[in-house]
Design a binder for this molecule. Structure first.
Ligand code: AMP
Ligand code: MG
Length: 330
């Protein structure tokens, strides 16, 4: 499969976007479902097609740093240092928004989340579009994020969403989201840029990750990134009484496993490389979900570097809490 769109395909996608329709496009993290940021009807359509609650703000994607001017009020020095070091790349900055950014994009917050993605197809598309593009992951809300164009196709009506194919996403896990609150930089979501790298640039960076059913800040819902099949995170063995169930295994490598216990096994990195594991995580979760299992057993990974983002996704995938079932918080 040729996964490099031609210039005319890029032009067509940009024109489609500017006409108020949506474009699913590859980034280095996951595929995004994009709308022109200034077009509130198109942005509303993103929420509708994803079934995403309006309180969960979108990340705005830009091709060039100059586009920041129309989106934010100011760029603090430390934000500029992060931009210089990490853009283009999997780091999203939350900054005070300009008046022009529609409230729908930011879920009514006075801040806007922005990043410049590193994927060449994303950059070509965003540059050709010439407008910032608000885009969450191109999947139904709460489900597993798409890391190939195949994962996106068939999810949304083709008369409304054009899918640009850029092949598999190289990072494979969402961007790290950072904000500055009262002079302190905080990671709001672990992702493709490890907190250790941010600390190297800024010194102190804290974590403000919450796992809850009633998010104070958006994007912190307990259940997210979740397969339909129940998933448990367990350091070893299988749950008591699970011998008769159809089990799947999601693990870094299989060396310490009794593989005969599992109907379907997904190994993320035999050489125990967290970068490789992150890039394979969501596709592996999808295959497990499609295997007709009763339960997926996921093994924890070391919580360092990209391992933090992987563990965050596994915990949310294993949570049974949902806005409809607040009693299920744990
Ligand atoms: P997604 O588009 O699914 O990758 O999720 C985007 C996430 O970015 C949200 O769920 C929030 O965690 C975060 N986010 C976006 N905008 C803001 C904002 N203004 N303040 C805080 N977090 C934000
Ligand atoms: Mg998402």
């Amino acid at each position: 499969m040729m996964a490099v769109p031609s210039d005319s395909e890029i032009r067509q996608a940009a024109a489609w976007l500017r006409s108020g329709r949506l474009v699913a496009f590859p980034t280095e993290t996951v595929y995004g479902l994009g709308a022109e940021v200034w077009n509130e009807r198109a942005v509303a359509q993103v929420f509708a097609l994803k079934n995403r609650p309006r309180f969960d703000p979108l990340i705005v994607h830009i091709a060039a740093r100059e586009q920041l001017q129309e989106l934010v009020q100011a760029i603090p020095d430390e934000a500029q240092r992060l931009i210089d070091r990490f853009w283009p790349g999997p780091l999203t900055l939350v900054l005070p928004k300009s008046e022009r950014v529609p409230d729908l994009v930011t879920a009514g917050l006075s801040t806007v989340a922005i990043r410049q993605p590193a994927h060449p197809v994303a950059l070509r598309f965003l540059a050709e579009a010439g407008v910032p593009v608000a885009a969450p992951s191109a999947n139904r809300f709460g489900g597993i994020s798409p890391t190939t164009a195949e994962h996106v196709r068939g999810q949304f009506p083709s008369d409304q969403v054009l899918v640009l194919d850029g092949g598999p996403c190289p990072v494979g896990i969402e961007s790290t989201v950072v904000a500055c609150a009262g002079g302190v930089w905080q990671v709001l979501r672990h992702g493709g840029t490890p907190i250790e790298e941010l600390q190297r640039v800024l010194g102190t960076v804290t974590e403000a990750i919450s796992v809850t059913d009633r998010p104070l800040a958006p994007g912190q819902l307990a259940r997210h990134y979740a397969p339909a099949t129940p998933l448990v995170v367990l350091a070893e063995g299988i749950p008591a009484g699970a011998e008769s169930l159809r089990l799947g295994l999601l693990a870094m490598d299989g060396s310490a496993e009794r593989l005969e216990l599992f109907q379907h096994v997904e190994l993320l990195s035999e050489r125990r490389d967290l970068t490789e594991a992150a890039s394979r995580l969501f596709a592996a979760m999808r295959r497990l979900d499609a295997a007709g299992l009763d339960l997926i057993v996921a093994r924890p990974v070391p919580e360092q570097g990209l391992g933090r983002a992987i563990m965050d996704r596994l915990r949310r995938a294993s949570s049974r809490a949902s806005p409809e079932r607040p009693e299920a918080i744990r």
